[in-house]
Ligand binder design. Structure first.
Ligand code: UDP
Length: 330
C-alpha cells in the first residue's frame, strides 16, 4: 500500500516525500510541475506529471498504483497573488479538492491529510490562536483553504471520508544536509528573500509596513521548520490509519517573530549585513499570527525539534549556499 503525495515536487511536499522514504514507506508522487521541481523527488519514486483538476489523468494514477492514503499539498499559496487573481485560487485550490475527492471516493480511498493555513483565521481576536477560533479569512488564499476544509467536512458526513486539516503557520528552513529546499519561480516569502539578500543576489530586503498593531510595529508571524511539519503529517496519517475521527490541528512554534526580528535573526545566522528598508504595507496581511499548537502536541504527540528561528534560518542558508540558483544547481 502506498501513500500518494499530491504536490510532492513542491517545497513542503518534497520534504514530506523525503521523510516518508526515510521511514521506509511506499510513496507515489503527483505534481503538475508548474511550481514544483522534478529534481526535488528521488528518481526511484513513482512520479506522475498530472494536474489534480484533470480527473481522467488522476483516475489512471489510482488505477495504476495501490494507494491507501493521500497527502494533499497541490495548491496555490501566495497571499498577494490571491488578492490580484482570486479566481485562480478558487479554481486550483477549491476546484482541485472537488476533483481529487471524486477520484478518491471512486477508488474507495478515504483518508486524506491536507495543507490548510493560519490564513483561514483572518485577523484573529486572540494570539496564540486555538483551533476553535473563528475562521474569517481576509484574502482569497485563506478563503479557498477554508472552503476546502468545509468540503471535506461534508464529504465525511456523506461518504465517511476521514480527513485531517493541518493549519500551517509560516513554514521555513530546509532538510539539514541542504539537499532539498525552497525554490519558487517567483519568490515572495520572507526567509528566502532575506537569504537572497545575504547571498548578494538582491540589494536589500523591503520590510512591508512598520505601523502594525504589534510591539515593534512590524507584523508578527510564527515560523515552523519544514521537517517538523513533515513529522506532523506522518503522525496525522497514522492517526487516521488508526481509525480516529476527522480533525484539525494548528502547526506552529507558538512563538511570534516580527519581520524586523527575522531580519536580525538572519544577520546572526548568516553573519551577513543584510540591508533592510521599510516599505508600504502589503495587501491582505494581518498584524499578527501565532499558533497555539497544544492540540497537535497532545493529540498527535507532535514534538517539533526546531524551536528557534536562527536554527531554522541556518538550515535554509545551507540549502541556499549549496544551491544559489535552486534546483538548477542540483
Ligand atoms: N514580508 C516582508 N518583506 C518581504 C516578504 C514578506 O516584509 O519581502 C513580510 C510579510 O508582510 C509578512 C511576513 O514577511 O508579514 C511573512 O510573509 P510571507 O510572504 O513569507 O508569508 P505569509 O505570511 O504571507 O504566508
Amino acid at each position: 500500500m502506498a501513500t500518494l503525495v499530491l504536490g510532492g515536487a513542491g517545497y513542503i511536499g518534497s520534504h514530506m516525500v523525503d521523510r516518508l522514504v526515510e521511514d521506509g514507506r511506499d510513496v507515489v508522487v503527483v505534481d503538475n510541475l508548474l511550481t514544483g521541481h522534478r529534481k526535488a523527488v528521488p528518481e526511484n519514486v513513482p512520479f506522475y506529471e498530472v494536474d489534480i483538476r484533470d480527473k481522467d489523468a488522476l483516475d489512471k494514477v489510482f488505477e495504476a498504483e495501490d494507494i491507501d492514503q493521500v497527502v494533499h499539498f497541490a495548491a496555490s499559496s501566495i497571499v498577494p497573488e490571491s488578492m490580484e487573481n482570486p479566481l485562480k485560487y478558487f479554481d486550483n485550490n477549491t476546484g482541485g479538492m472537488i476533483a481529487l475527492l471524486e477520484v478518491m471516493l471512486k477508488h474507495q480511498v478515504k483518508n486524506i491529510v491536507f495543507s490548510s493555513t493560519a490564513a483561514t483565521y483572518g485577523t484573529p481576536e486572540e494570539n496564540p490562536i486555538p483551533e476553535t477560533a473563528p475562521q474569517r479569512p481576509i484574502n482569497p488564499y485563506g478563503e479557498s483553504k477554508l472552503q476546502m476544509e468545509h468540503i471535506m467536512r461534508w464529504a465525511d458526513e456523506a461518504y465517511g471520508l476521514k480527513w485531517v486539516a493541518l493549519r500551517y503557520f509560516n513554514v521555513a528552513g530546509a532538510k539539514a544536509d541542504g539537499s532539498i529546499g525552497e525554490d519558487h519561480p517567483t519568490e515572495t516569502h520572507l526567509v528566502p528573500i532575506i537569504l537572497q539578500v545575504a547571498l548578494g543576489e538582491r540589494e536589500k530586503i523591503m520590510m512591508f509596513g512598520d505601523d502594525y498593531n504589534t510591539s515593534d510595529g512590524f507584523n508578527v508571524r510564527d515560523y515552523v521548520h519544514v521537517m517538523d511539519l513533515a513529522d506532523a503529517h506522518i503522525l496525522a496519517l497514522d492517526y487516521l490509519a488508526e481509525g480516529n475521527p476527522s480533525n484539525q490541528f494548528n502547526l506552529g512554534s507558538a512563538t511570534g517573530y516580527s519581520v524586523k526580528q527575522m531580519v536580525e535573526a538572519a544577520r546572526n545566522a548568516t553573519g551577513e549585513p543584510i540591508p533592510a528598508e521599510v516599505g508600504p504595507r502589503r495587501a491582505g496581511d494581518p498584524d499578527s499570527l501565532v499558533a497555539s499548537s497544544d492540540k497537535a502536541r497532545k493529540v498527535l504527540n507532535w514534538t517539533p525539534k526546531y524551536d528557534d528561528v536562527e536554527t531554522i534560518i541556518k538550515t535554509a542558508w545551507t540549502w541556499v549556499q549549496k544551491h544559489p540558483h535552486g534546483y538548477e544547481d542540483r
